[in-house]
Ligand binder design. Structure first.
Ligand code: ADP
Ligand code: MG
Length: 332
């Protein structure tokens, strides 16, 4: 039996709300941020063929659509409250929608948030989630807070066996593309695919970094490019990254050095937190991250205004860094 717009919303996207005063079904949802909190809001859109392949499992697509949004809240140190979903569908496929909703609701449950509204229309497959979070007034982590002399850190899984290390999503993309020179023998492609399709947003780390990190951003378009956003917003600062300090998983280490660096520095789709902090916090940060269920590695330092952004090789000399990060209108 054909499912109409309102049936599919009722079946897949309507659940009783637990923390919001009003969820799906009215003209607006109602949220109740705690007194003294600022509302943190972010939207991210996923377009078929651009952000995901048509063959992706719907559960993973539902997970990723929410995960990339939660990652933005994490980067601001905000606690997730709720989300909305705007969905364009070429056709109504009940089983596919059930999968999408299952992936989305599972991740939402894990972060104790709920889907409170959205929009559903016919059209080329496209998902846009908006997330709402809360952060004590004045405590949000911003791109603009870096200072010369700060340590530069990147997050990663707690365990080498966990998928989702820096550069792995990009490596999987290169495998899919059949890029010459990618070494696929011995690679665990299921794991790499998980890295690409099921990123784990660093929400707990973002909360732990409030009052500690001076600047933060989540790496969605490649480490160097996203670092550039921080440096520009912080008054034109420079940075020095030690290539040897970059966390490298076994899958990355199998690749030739140039591809390793491209995946690590210009990969994108990593959804790790790149943040700067006072060197006085150097000892405390790994323990803080461990409590938040992940790891952090110090990869360099922030330099003074006007200084270059350099990646230093093993010989102590800057590498030629031709990698641009991803820009939807400038990149291929
Ligand atoms: P309106 O016409 O007032 O914009 P709609 O008829 O589009 O409302 O939607 C009906 C209700 O279903 C609203 O509460 C809306 O937020 C919700 N909704 C629509 N699409 C979705 C979706 N994909 N996921 C969650 N809620 C949705
Ligand atoms: Mg209305």
């Amino acid at each position: 039996m054909a499912l109409g717009e309102f049936d599919l919303i009722a079946r897949h996207f309507t659940r009783p709300v637990r923390r919001s005063p009003l969820g799906v079904g009215d003209d607006c949802a109602l949220l109740a941020p705690a007194p003294g909190m600022q509302l943190a809001v972010s939207s991210d859109m996923l377009v078929e063929g651009r952000h995901f392949l048509s063959t992706v499992a719907p559960e993973r697509l539902g997970h990723k659509a929410l995960a990339v949004n939660l990652s933005d809240l994490a980067a601001c140190g905000a606690r997730p409250l709720a989300c909305t979903l705007a969905l364009a569908l070429p056709r109504v496929d009940d089983a596919w929608l059930a999968g999408l909703a299952a992936g989305l609701h599972a991740l939402a449950d894990r972060h104790d948030i709920e889907l409170v509204g959205g929009d559903t229309t016919a059209g080329p497959l496209n998902l846009c989630i908006t997330v709402f979070g809360e952060v004590p007034a004045g405590d949000a982590l911003l791109r603009s807070g870096a200072r010369a002399g700060d340590d530069l850190w990147i997050s990663h899984p707690a365990d080498p066996d966990e998928p989702g290390w820096l550069g792995e999503a990009r490596l999987m993309l290169e495998v899919f593309r059949g890029t010459p020179g990618v070494r696929t023998e011995g690679l665990d492609l299921d794991r790499l695919r998980l890295a690409m399709e099921c990123p784990q947003p660093r929400v707990a780390l973002g909360l732990a970094l409030r009052g500690v990190a001076r600047s933060a951003i989540d790496v969605s378009d490649g480490l160097l490019g996203d670092l550039g956003h921080v440096l520009r917003r912080s008054g034109g600062l420079g940075a020095r990254i030690e290539a040897a300090a970059l966390p490298r998983s076994a899958a990355i280490l199998r690749q030739h050095e140039a591809l390793q660096l491209e995946c690590l520095l210009a990969g994108g789709d990593d959804y790790e937190l790149l943040f700067s902090a006072d060197p006085a916090d150097r000892e405390a940060l790994p323990a803080l991250a461990a409590q938040a269920g992940c790891g952090v590695t110090r990869i360099g330092t922030i330099g003074p205004a006007g200084s270059p952004v350099e990646v230093i090789g093993a010989d102590g000399r800057p590498l030629a860094t031709a990698w641009a990060s991803f820009d939807h209108f400038l990149s291929r």
